[in-house]
Design a protein. Structure first.
Length: 222
């Protein structure tokens, strides 16, 4: 798995993020999020608040975002919770980054289905593009992390880059995606061989009339 990421010195982090506060737009989003939960149940908003905070940090740093300790403390104050309760959430879910990452956080699935389908070639393509596990490239563009199952086993191997999944990969397709991102382009997410969702290669083999419409098969099955 990935090497331990480098977390900046605490004094540096507090100097940069000690006065973190919601932007006006995010303050409005935070109020809407909190309104979803009954009084006294504000701890339930920990996940969406942390996600909102990480995205704000990302917008301010032109990266995928991370959660400095002062930002987690801010979220805890906003929810009226002890810091440790929010910190527990931030450290449990791998969707939250506890150290700085690049503009594109490349998360390669290394679990058995992806490994059997060729995730080693995906990792090789990343390595040959200058990425290293647990590290950010010198230009600040890419951070590479090896992760457990991301739930797209039928289209293995796959990677998640920021909010998008890229599936049915091999060495060349992975390289093409990284090169497009480096050029500032947004390659189409999903299957890279033209599958629709998780259909078999070559298209659906059953219930084919359902592809374009909500076809009623009951008369045919009677």
């Amino acid at each position: 798995m990935a090497d331990t990421p480098h977390i900046p010195d605490e004094a540096e982090v507090r100097a940069r993020w000690g006065d973190f506060a919601w932007t006006p737009e995010n303050a409005e989003k935070a109020r809407a999020i909190l309104a979803r939960y009954p009084a006294g149940r504000q701890q339930s908003a920990s996940l969406p608040f942390l996600d909102l905070a990480q995205r704000q940090v990302g917008a301010e740093t032109q990266t995928q975002g991370w959660l400095p300790v002062p930002v987690i403390e801010f979220v805890a104050r906003e929810l009226g919770l002890p810091y440790i309760r929010v910190f527990e959430v931030a450290t449990f879910y791998t969707m939250f980054n506890l150290a700085p990452v690049g503009r594109y956080h490349v998360q390669v699935c290394g679990t058995t289905p992806c490994m059997l389908a060729g995730s080693d070639e995906v990792m090789k393509a990343c390595k040959n593009h200058g990425l290293a596990k647990g590290k950010t490239t010198p230009d600040g563009l890419f951070t590479l992390t090896e992760v457990e199952c991301l739930g797209a086993c039928a289209n293995a191997p796959m990677v998640q880059i920021n909010d998008d999944n890229y599936e049915d990969l091999d060495y060349d397709r992975t390289t093409a995606i990284l090169q497009a991102l480096a050029r500032g382009e947004t390659p189409p997410a999903g299957s890279q061989i033209g599958r629709r969702a998780s259909c078999p290669e070559g298209g659906p083999t059953s219930l084919q009339a359902m592809v374009g419409e909500n076809h009623d098969y009951r008369g045919e099955w009677a």
